[in-house]
Design a protein around this ligand. Structure first.
Ligand SMILES: Cc1cc2nc3c(=O)[nH]c(=O)nc-3n(C[C@H](O)[C@H](O)[C@H](O)COP(=O)(O)OP(=O)(O)OC[C@H]3O[C@@H](n4cnc5c(N)ncnc54)[C@H](O)[C@@H]3O)c2cc1C
Length: 260
């Protein structure tokens, strides 16, 4: 993903005569012409606090997901720009949405420390042998179930069965037994395979080689979104959608990623 982004950004920066980049100027409304065709958008300049219009023959909605709406109070793995703008903009313009009842939860979001609540703990931890354990140290679900099964088991264990662990700020989670990985694999395995994860927790004086992490499902991906056809066209002529803003590419249940 990073390589695709870097290449694309290089191309954009190398062609300033062809591509005009507007940063910190979000779209706040789409414009339709008198035939109902999308004709561009209204943007807001966050520095000057002025609104202005951008005319376009084709408009692509690629505004990502809505994890930052924190639906039902869940933490999220998403960046702060994931506020569902594209859904709202397209809906107001008359675009069809689908599967809006469906969200993917990543089973292993961090719940402690508070500063990294929602932070994604890679599935590779469970792949390497880390196990989700309840407050009594019991394994309550097979650790390598698909995301929906793993997430619902963790939620049930904490919310219905009251077998979770409370954090000082009132969050609830289960243990992800990372020290077991070193026992199953070898000493030094975590440092070699998960250096960023190790560093992230060391910042808060938690050594995941010796102590388990506290986790709870985190809002990760919107399965729903703007309805598109195979050409990314919406039902509004001139308006396209791509990426997480588009809906239904994975049906109602995204099992893993779109790239890997
Ligand atoms: C931690 C994490 C790990 C992931 N790992 C994987 C993985 O391994 N494999 C995989 O396939 N997927 C993975 N995903 C999912 C995948 O990264 C996302 O679905 C994908 O990046 C979404 O890309 P996008 O271009 O649609 O949206 P984004 O990358 O979210 O980009 C949307 C952009 O639109 C901007 N924007 C929002 N509103 C407006 C507005 N009104 N006006 C102008 N701009 C606006 C946002 O600021 C943002 O820059 C992961 C997601 C997360 C959070």
């Amino acid at each position: 993903g990073a390589i695709i982004m870097r290449t694309l950004m290089d191309e954009v920066r190398n062609n300033p005569d062809k591509v005009n980049v507007l940063e910190f100027m979000p779209v706040v409304e789409l414009i339709l012409d008198n035939r109902g065709r999308c004709a561009g958008g209204i943007l807001y300049n966050m520095e000057t606090e002025e609104y202005f219009t951008v005319k376009a023959k084709a408009t692509l909605n690629a505004t990502g997901g809505y994890g930052r709406l924190h639906i039902r109070g869940f933490d999220t793995t998403n960046h702060y720009g994931a506020t569902g703008d594209g859904l709202m903009l397209s809906y107001r313009a008359g675009a069809k949405l689908l599967f809006m009842d469906s969200v993917q939860y990543h089973p292993t979001g961090s719940v402690f420390p508070e500063q990294i609540a929602g932070f994604l703990i890679t599935e590779k931890i469970r792949g390497a042998g880390g196990q989700p354990l309840n407050k009594d140290g019991e394994l309550f679900v097979f650790p390598r179930e698909p995301r929906d099964v793993e997430s619902s088991s963790i939620i049930r264990e904490c919310v219905e069965k009251n077998n979770g662990i409370l954090t000082p700020s009132g969050r609830v989670g289960v243990w992800l037994d990372s020290p077991l990985i070193e026992m199953l694999q070898s000493d030094g395995y975590i440092e070699k395979q998960f250096p960023a994860m190790l560093r992230q927790f060391i910042r808060y004086n938690i050594d995941i080689r010796k102590e388990p992490m506290l986790i709870f499902p985190s809002l990760h991906y919107q399965n729903g979104g703007v309805e598109i056809n195979a050409k990314c066209e919406t039902n509004i002529p001139g308006l396209y959608a791509a990426g997480e803003a588009s809906g239904g590419v994975h049906g109602r249940n995204r099992l893993m990623g779109q790239l890997c």
